[in-house]
Write a protein that binds this ligand. Structure first.
Ligand SMILES: [Ca+2]
Ligand SMILES: [Ca+2]
Ligand SMILES: [Ca+2]
Length: 202
């Protein structure tokens, strides 16, 4: 995910294997890696993705190579032992930043956290992207990893605002005719539904 705007594209790093550096998308070693190697979340107002690990969301301070906590979900617990996943992390309430669902420590509550930081930009919600929606689904049916859009969404990129949008929403730019041809409402979709149901034809 994109955590360092000085290098265009996503960065990557690994937990083990003796790899102790952060790599650019070109495979260049660009500095120390974050200590956590887990989930990601779009939480603040920029397009860099924040680090989500256990019950903590942190901002990667790329200039000083350290993670600065933004939120600790007090009273909550992560799942899956050392993997430390939330119950769900996804853009489920609109806006384009992502919410996080954690369980309370005694498992009596599901708590939904959303960012308190005002957005500085307007764009379609991530759930309009079928690749992202599928990523949200696999968190609960397969191996928990953060959902990724089917397009690059990082610092310095604007073209994703034209991400194909479904009937009923208003993209910032009109989708090309070839895309519009793919975006016809499938038979049986309820009136007013602006995005396909999971598993629906698009
Ligand atoms: Ca980057
Ligand atoms: Ca961000
Ligand atoms: Ca959201």
């Amino acid at each position: 995910m994109d955590i360092d705007p000085r290098h265009r594209g996503y960065e990557c790093w690994a937990a083990d294997g003796g790899v102790d550096v952060l790599f650019s998308c070109r495979g260049e070693r660009i500095g120390p890696k974050p200590r956590s190697c887990n989930m990601g979340v779009w939480w603040d107002s920029d397009l860099l993705r924040e680090l989500l690990d256990g019950i903590t969301i942190s901002k990667w301070d790329f200039a000083n190579a350290r993670a600065e906590p933004l939120l600790t979900a007090e009273g909550c617990a992560a799942n899956n032992g050392s993997k430390s996943n939330p119950c769900l992390q996804a853009d489920i309430l609109g806006d384009w930043r992502e919410e996080v669902v954690w369980r309370s420590r005694d498992s009596s509550e599901l708590r939904v956290y959303t960012t308190p930081i005002p957005a500085a930009r307007r764009q379609v919600t991530l759930m309009h992207d079928p690749v992202y929606r599928l990523g949200v689904a696999w968190q609960n049916v397969a191996y928990n990893q953060p959902p990724h859009p089917g397009f690059y969404m990082g610092e310095g990129e604007e073209s994703f605002r034209a991400v194909p949008c479904y009937e009923g929403c208003e993209p910032a730019h009109a989708a090309p005719s070839s895309a519009r041809a793919l975006l016809q409402r499938p038979p049986g979709r309820p009136a007013g539904m602006t995005a396909p149901a999971l598993g629906g034809r698009i």
